[in-house]
Design a protein around this ligand. Structure first.
Ligand SMILES: *[C@@H]1O[C@H](CO)[C@@H](O)[C@H](O)[C@H]1NC(C)=O
Ligand SMILES: *[C@@H]1O[C@H](CO)[C@@H](O)[C@H](O)[C@H]1NC(C)=O
Ligand SMILES: *[C@@H]1O[C@H](CO)[C@@H](O)[C@H](O)[C@H]1NC(C)=O
Ligand SMILES: *[C@@H]1O[C@H](CO)[C@@H](O)[C@H](O)[C@H]1NC(C)=O
Ligand SMILES: *[C@@H]1O[C@H](CO)[C@@H](O)[C@H](O)[C@H]1NC(C)=O
Length: 370
């Protein structure tokens, strides 16, 4: 999973509207996001310039746009559906830039646990430097630009949606090469604890509307399928996903949901929505054609890459990797990350389908088909 670190992107995208909408039919005035590459809209791109040549962003933005996909991410579809501007990346803010409508602290490769946690266990995880601990520090630094004083902050947070995650997937990625699935399970409470602590800290800061996504079914992830490359049919379910890996993620998600329930009981003035990434994504692998994706045997073939069972002999942006002809027919973009089409389908499931519990306030706009 080390290669994920290499995957990054150079700058671009991200226009920021300077006009504050005071249209009251918009249910949220602000969206604040924490997470990893699944929702990074340009933070890691400020530090990883070597991905300049990669084909990231090519479908929608037509150039690299700080996102690890060919286009928009779930978070892009969410802010758009609520009528808010593209989330500016915290590390890419310019002095005096308007942030009251939202900001993004997500950093590609980041973890829930911090660097010292991994160091103590003899694991070298450089991107843990951008863990939730760091992202929270960034938030605290920026807070005076978001609101000042008790009353102002109360109003600000009353109208703000705060997303924590997806995060924790990279904690698992970091230990997969060193640990078996039993040990990975033993690791899960540490991840959940960090997410839970982060939520508590944000509630203390004033957040009252939060979203916590679980993790995707990594047993259906093309990179994992390619790495494991098992020849044992019993390792796979009827759809071609790795049973054990999905079971480990289910275990993680269940623990996360229990932690969220605890937080709800302790903080009755706060609403916490769980995003079921697992099921919203899993249905795409189960009945791909229904969502416009390629069926068997191409369901797990990535769009950007080259060769082999999953088109992953060469990674996206390396060697003579190529981009597929119809990115919108592929769920996976580079093995790790979905295509824009994949993320769109997931976002639809979250905002217009049944995969948010409890559902968020009704978005004023539909998720665009194009
Ligand atoms: C970073 O900010 C600059 C200037 O505002 C903008 O042109 C660029 O698109 C931004 N990059 C990303 C990745 O958001
Ligand atoms: C790392 O996380 C642990 C557990 O939450 C915490 O006790 C510790 O203070 C953190 N270390 C740093 C350097 O932030
Ligand atoms: C996992 O690793 C631990 C520690 O090395 C070992 O005790 C255990 O038997 C292993 N479990 C499986 C299922 O391989
Ligand atoms: C599965 O079979 C292929 C082709 O025979 C082989 O290259 C690969 O190494 C095998 N994988 C494992 C995990 O044994
Ligand atoms: C929580 O959700 C309920 C039901 O949707 C809503 O009436 C209430 O205003 C929400 N509370 C907060 C703090 O957002």
């Amino acid at each position: 999973m080390k290669i994920v670190i290499l995957f990054s992107i150079i700058v671009a995208c991200g226009f920021v509207e300077n006009v504050v909408s005071d249209n009251n039919q918009f249910p949220y005035r602000t969206i604040i996001n924490f997470g990893d590459s699944l929702s990074d809209t340009g933070n890691s791109a400020t530090k990883e310039p070597f991905a300049a040549n990669s084909p990231y962003g090519s479908t929608y933005f037509k150039h690299p746009a700080g996102r690890l996909s060919d286009g928009r991410l779930i978070i892009d579809f969410i802010v758009k559906a609520y009528g808010l501007p593209v989330l500016p990346a915290y590390l890419n803010l310019t002095k005096g830039q308007h942030v009251k409508q939202g900001v993004n602290f997500a950093y590609s490769g980041s973890t829930a646990n911090n660097k010292s946690f991994f160091d103590q266990r003899g694991l070298d995880v450089p991107l843990a430097a951008y863990s939730l601990t760091t992202q929270f520090e960034w938030f605290q630094k920026l807070k005076p630009s978001l609101c000042t004083g008790k009353e102002d902050c109360a109003t600000f947070f009353k109208n703000a949606l705060v997303l924590v995650g997806e995060i924790g997937g990279n904690d698992i990625n970091a230990i997969i090469p060193h640990k078996n699935l039993t040990e990975i399970r033993e690791f899960v409470p540490h991840i959940v604890q960090e997410i839970s602590t982060m939520i508590s800290k944000l509630i203390e800061e004033g957040a009252v509307q939060l979203v916590v996504p679980g993790n995707f079914p990594i047993g259906c992830n093309s990179y994992v399928l390619n790495e494991v490359n098992s020849n044992k049919t019993e390792d796979y379910d009827e759809f071609g996903c790795l049973r054990n890996y999905n079971a480990a993620i289910k275990y993680f998600n269940d623990q996360l949901k229990t932690a969220i329930d605890d937080l709800r009981h302790k903080n009755t003035h706060v609403n916490i929505t769980y995003f079921n990434y697992y099921s919203a994504a899993r249905r795409l692998y189960e009945t791909p054609e229904q969502y416009g994706f390629k069926g068997k045997p191409d369901t797990f073939k990535v769009c950007c890459g080259k060769g082999g069972r999953y088109n992953l002999k060469e990674f996206c942006g390396f060697g003579d990797s190529v981009i597929c002809e119809e990115p919108s027919k592929h769920i996976s973009w580079d093995g790790f990350h979905m295509t824009e089409a994949g993320y769109r389908a997931v976002a639809q499931g979250l905002l217009e389908g049944p995969y948010a519990t409890p559902a968020l306030k009704t978005p004023p706009f539909k998720i665009p088909k194009e």
